[in-house]
Design a protein around this ligand. Sequence first.
Ligand SMILES: Cc1cc2nc3c(=O)[nH]c(=O)nc-3n(C[C@H](O)[C@H](O)[C@H](O)COP(=O)(O)OP(=O)(O)OC[C@H]3O[C@@H](n4cnc5c(N)ncnc54)[C@H](O)[C@@H]3O)c2cc1C
Length: 292
Amino acid sequence: MIGPVLMQYGNAEQKARFLPRIVSADDYWCQGYSEPVSGSDLAALSLRAEKDGDGYMLNGSKIWTTVAHEADFMFLLVRTDTSGRKQEGVSFLLVDMNAPGLTVRPLPYMTGVHEFNQVFFEDVRTPANMLVGAEGQGWEIAKYLLEFERGGNFLSGRIRAALGRARRAAEWSGVWQDHNFRRRHADLEIRAETVAWTELRILDKAAKGGRPGASSSYIKLLGAEMNKDVTELAMQAAGYAGHWGNKSIANDLGPPSALNASDRYFNHRANSIMGGSNEIQRSIIAKQLLGL
Ligand SMILES: Cc1cc2nc3c(=O)[nH]c(=O)nc-3n(C[C@H](O)[C@H](O)[C@H](O)COP(=O)(O)OP(=O)(O)OC[C@H]3O[C@@H](n4cnc5c(N)ncnc54)[C@H](O)[C@@H]3O)c2cc1C
């Protein structure tokens, strides 16, 4: 997500500092977009960044921040101006997660998994060279990033891997003999194929210097639905073994393909919300792809 943004909008210093460490996975990033009062209506965000000498002073809070407790840096949208249209006062900043005044509070899932957090900023300072693009350009950059977030996940590969797991688990449990199960499996294989072609079109565009555009919303929408369907299929295939996630006892309980099925099932229910809800994607498709 942040890689393409720095390539497009970052200055030479930011590119040299961050891009190689993204590729080598030395730096791990989290995304500070959502706030308690701004989700779908992202431009309503209110986390304040005020000029403070050669830097910015941040006050406010971000929520639903995946892996904030493990990340080295956050890219975030902040409000630097309250005077004009709400989109105009947004800027795009980078923050070191070890900065004084920054606190991360866990928000565990109902399954007990810890991925989400709320992040609080109390007089957190970030240097001026952590501003990406110009002040007030954040909204444009935010939308650019979302195209890569929604369209850059290599969804078809993940779905095919999940379908492979579901099939192996079904063969193990005997569900593969069920005609209806195999029909649903085949249906998902066909849908994965259609997504793969759309992804290849996006890759082709990117290779020629283009950007994903509204096709990314189409991928995001299909992905949310397919992830739900494929993890439901996997639950049916895995049976009781799907409730176990401990690989050390895997051989006694079921094959690796069946384990963790219930974790994945619950986790993927959130796909139609994260990264912009299905309703928001449908609106973008209607306006930008279909011209309605
Ligand atoms: C698993 C997961 C991980 C996430 N990780 C991150 C992260 O790392 N960083 C981050 O910043 N955020 C993250 N989020 C937050 C995510 O971006 C928001 O949840 C999402 O944008 C929706 O905002 P909201 O939850 O405030 O819901 P709301 O915006 O309050 O929406 C509530 C409901 O109203 C509907 N709705 C709202 N506006 C409209 C409209 N204009 N037209 C039609 N329907 C509408 C929505 O579709 C939804 O059904 C994550 C969310 C999830 C579930």
